[in-house]
Design a protein around this ligand. Structure first.
Ligand SMILES: C[S@@+](CC[C@H](N)C(=O)[O-])C[C@H]1O[C@@H](n2cnc3c(N)ncnc32)[C@H](O)[C@@H]1O
Length: 441
């Protein structure tokens, strides 16, 4: 968790601490009860907060409340004389934020309770401040009611996971609600990994230097991005270890023409260029707003690529006919491998979305394959753990594509599924991820 405890040291019940708790309740209410996206709501709320510690506290509360939603629901069900109705949605959200502070985040109880009770007043729930106080005080004295590990998961997804990963289902459920470590990617164009690790330790950060991925550093306790030495100067980026391994799946040489077909917000484009700045990269994405983040990120890191607003399923509309030596399809997917980072997916994803995404992924593979030069490499990747989007997708592609050959990847990419490699969430401390390396004959 970022540096949030200090933010709690605002005068107990002071308006600043209460304001952040009220913001957390508003974000949670929108996400849990009105189908809104966590990322969008959180970033809007954070953009209105000046203090970096308060922004971090807001994020930590919202994440902890969503990851442990099922426990807090079970606790309120058991402790309240009557269930809260729809008219009390923001109150429920505030109680979740309060329980998260005491439970998952382990914040000092006095300040957490006082500021959350005060937040009830900010939310114009003064008449219910006593109830918030009673619930949170009880939580300081008694253990919470724990829900079954499967509570809060949609049935369709549990069924899929039981079918796809019968041996691993418990581990997946557990890892998906665990707060992830922070992975950094050191920009080898600017600084050596060991030197950056030493610099970080001088700033009091507890960094580990893993064997893989080779540009990565690992922090068990995340810090605010603004606390990372040299972040603004492009020395380092925040990127999960699984995503960093994409660069290891390619063999890159100066002058190669590379298409990153789903590039935004640009973490993998940047990493490819940090590895080999002599690449000619086209970073394409269908979303113009997200594509701007690619340019901004590259600028911070001192790298450059051509960016292109393009639909990967329609290369006829934008491809100049010059074949690519390497193509990355980091495909839009169910994101079931990163529930620990995007816990709202459990609330919002529908079974029919997966079929639609699998159709889109299949069209991308089919449309971009002709743009790959003979002997060229296409990496297909997702942050999904559903076989429909991963090994079954590749199996079907190989069946219908005579000049495609699946190439081996080594064990650092996770388990071999026969049609690629899969890492399940939390394995090696990383996100759930799928990789397949295809070569054109
Ligand atoms: C998993 S994200 C890519 C993450 C990115 N590679 C990175 O490392 O930062 C998938 C991206 O696919 C884009 N996308 C979705 N449909 C697309 C399409 N038809 N053509 C191109 N991009 C598409 C989305 O806008 C999204 O940015």
């Amino acid at each position: 968790m970022p540096d949030v405890a200090s933010s709690n040291q605002t005068p107990a019940g002071g308006s600043r601490g209460a304001g952040v708790r009220a913001d957390a309740a508003r974000v949670l209410d929108a996400v849990m009860h009105r189908g809104r996206s966590l990322k969008a709501e959180l970033s809007t709320a954070q953009s209105r907060i000046d203090d970096g510690r308060d922004r971090a506290l807001l994020e930590a509360m919202v994440m902890a409340a969503l990851r442990n939603r099922a426990d807090y629901e079970a606790t309120l069900k058991s402790w309240l004389p009557r269930p809260l109705g729809q008219r009390d949605n923001d109150l429920r959200a505030l109680l979740y934020a309060g329980l998260a502070q005491l439970d998952a985040m382990g914040l000092p109880s006095h300040a957490a309770v006082d500021a959350t009770v005060e937040a009830a007043r900010v939310l114009k729930r003064t008449h219910q401040a006593g109830l918030v106080n009673a619930v949170l005080r009880r939580a300081t004295r008694e253990p919470l009611v724990r829900a079954d590990a499967q509570a809060g998961w949609p049935q369709w997804l549990l069924q899929r996971l039981r079918a796809d990963w019968p041996e691993d289902i418990e581990a997946i459920l557990h890892a998906s609600r665990t707060s992830p470590p922070m992975w950094l990617r050191v920009n080898r164009r600017k600084v050596d990994r060991d030197a950056y690790a030493a610099q970080s330790r001088e700033h009091g950060m507890d960094v580990q230097v893993p064997e893989h991925p080779v540009d990565a550093l690992l922090l068990e306790t995340p810090v605010a991005v603004s606390a990372l030495p040299g972040f603004g100067d492009g020395l380092v980026s925040v990127q999960d270890g699984s995503a960093q391994q994409i660069a290891d799946a390619f063999t890159l040489k100066a002058g190669m023409r590379v298409l990153d077909a789903c590039a935004a917000p640009g973490g993998k484009t940047a990493h490819l260029l940090e590895r080999e700045p002599g690449l000619q990269v086209i970073a394409a994405d269908i979303d113009a707003r997200r594509l701007r983040q690619v340019s901004e990120g590259l600028q911070r890191l001192g790298l450059s690529a051509q960016t292109l607003i393009a639909d990967a399923t329609q290369p006829d509309a934008w491809w100049d006919g010059q074949a690519f030596d390497a193509i990355l399809i980091d495909a839009p997917c169910s994101a079931t491998g990163i529930l620990r980072r995007q816990p709202d997916i459990l609330l919002h994803r529908r079974a029919e979305d997966v079929a639609a995404l699998a159709g889109l992924q299949s069209r991308m593979l089919a449309a971009l394959w002709p743009a790959l030069a003979p002997g060229g490499t296409l990496i297909y990747a997702t942050c999904s753990i559903l076989r429909e989007e991963n090994d079954r997708q590749i199996e079907a592609f190989l069946r219908r594509t005579a000049d495609a050959r699946l190439e081996p990847l080594d064990a650092i990419f996770g388990r071999d599924t026969g049609f690629g490699h899969q890492r399940l969430p939390g394995e090696d401390g990383m996100d759930g991820f799928f990789y397949a390396r295809l070569q054109k004959q």
